[in-house]
Write a protein that binds this ligand. Structure first.
Ligand code: PAF
Length: 281
């Protein structure tokens, strides 16, 4: 496996692969990799001849008050995980390689990005779409892999690919959880022991929602109320949102008639965690 830092180098490698007809998978990440990322890489390795993992802590998707500075980093462990999982290249550019000082072109998306995480993070998806499109243009993958844990991000990327006619297959991969149910996230590392225990309320509350829907409940208000009640029982938890949205448009629905995403964002202490489940009618 090679670690590559420049756009030219990664382009050259991919060009060589493609000239011999090999397919290429891309796994975009911000590093501090865990089993969730590993499953994306493993999927790419099994479905493509070559796999590129990008590791880039993208500054433009963080607002000034967010955790860019404190975001955990461990480049050596990341490289080993990529190599052990079968990646061919780790693309690890510096910020100056990705953004010129006078960079001023962005991908902006309406509707899907305004709800859920977009409400409390209004510039986040502009940063995500912009960097992902750049990575797509740099690597030119056949397929790109994203986790279902960031379900809104996955929906947004799929829409960008459709709306901008990108010739890339977007593959969504299931949420990977700790044995006690907490969804794997690089941000889990911020939690102290008490908070780590309190964070289990996310999974617990969603299980309550799933039970309700399985029992036939279709009214979003009732589902939201039940999930909210469970989260409120945890004193360290502060709700950002509990929402039932259309699986494609990410808009709130009152009654479940089509496929939906039930998504939550909860602050545990100072750490904002997200989780979700999908329901298909
Ligand atoms: O999900 C992430 O880690 C990031 O948002 C992504 C897709 C790598 C873009 O920076």
């Amino acid at each position: 496996m090679r670690i590559v830092k420049t756009i030219d180098e990664v382009r050259k490698a991919v060009k060589e692969w493609k000239s011999t007809g090999l397919s290429v998978g891309l796994v975009p990440t911000m590093g501090y990799l865990h089993e969730g990322h590993q499953s994306l890489i493993a999927n790419s390795v099994s479905q493509n001849d070559k796999t590129v993992v990008s590791i880039f802590l993208n500054p433009i998707q963080f607002a000034p008050n967010e955790d860019l500075e404190s975001y955990p980093r461990d480049p050596e462990r990341d490289a080993k995980l990529c190599e052990d999982t079968g990646a061919d290249i780790v693309f690890r550019p510096e910020v100056s390689e990705m953004y010129h000082d006078d960079f001023c072109t962005y991908v902006d998306m309406d509707i899907l990005t305004k709800n859920l995480c977009g409400k409390s993070r209004p510039t986040h998806f502009r940063g995500v779409c912009t960097v992902v499109l750049k990575l797509f243009n740099i690597v030119k993958p056949d397929r790109a892999y994203f986790g279902q844990k960031d379900a809104q991000q996955l929906a947004v990327i799929k829409r960008m690919v459709r709306d901008l006619n990108l010739d890339i297959e977007i593959v969504g991969c299931p949420i990977v959880r700790e044995s006690d149910g907490l969804a794997k996230s690089s941000r889990n590392t911020y939690l102290n022991e008490k908070e780590r225990q309190a964070a289990l309320v996310l999974d617990r509350s969603l299980k309550n929602g799933i039970e309700l829907i399985d029992a036939g409940e279709r009214n979003s208000k009732n589902i939201i109320a039940a999930i909210t009640e469970v989260i409120r029982s945890e004193p360290l938890a502060e709700i950002d949102y509990v929402s039932v949205v259309d699986a494609v448009s990410m808009q709130d629905v009152d009654v479940i008639e089509n496929d939906v995403l039930v998504a939550i964002a909860v602050k545990i202490g100072r750490t904002r965690l997200i989780d979700n489940f999908s329901f298909s009618v």
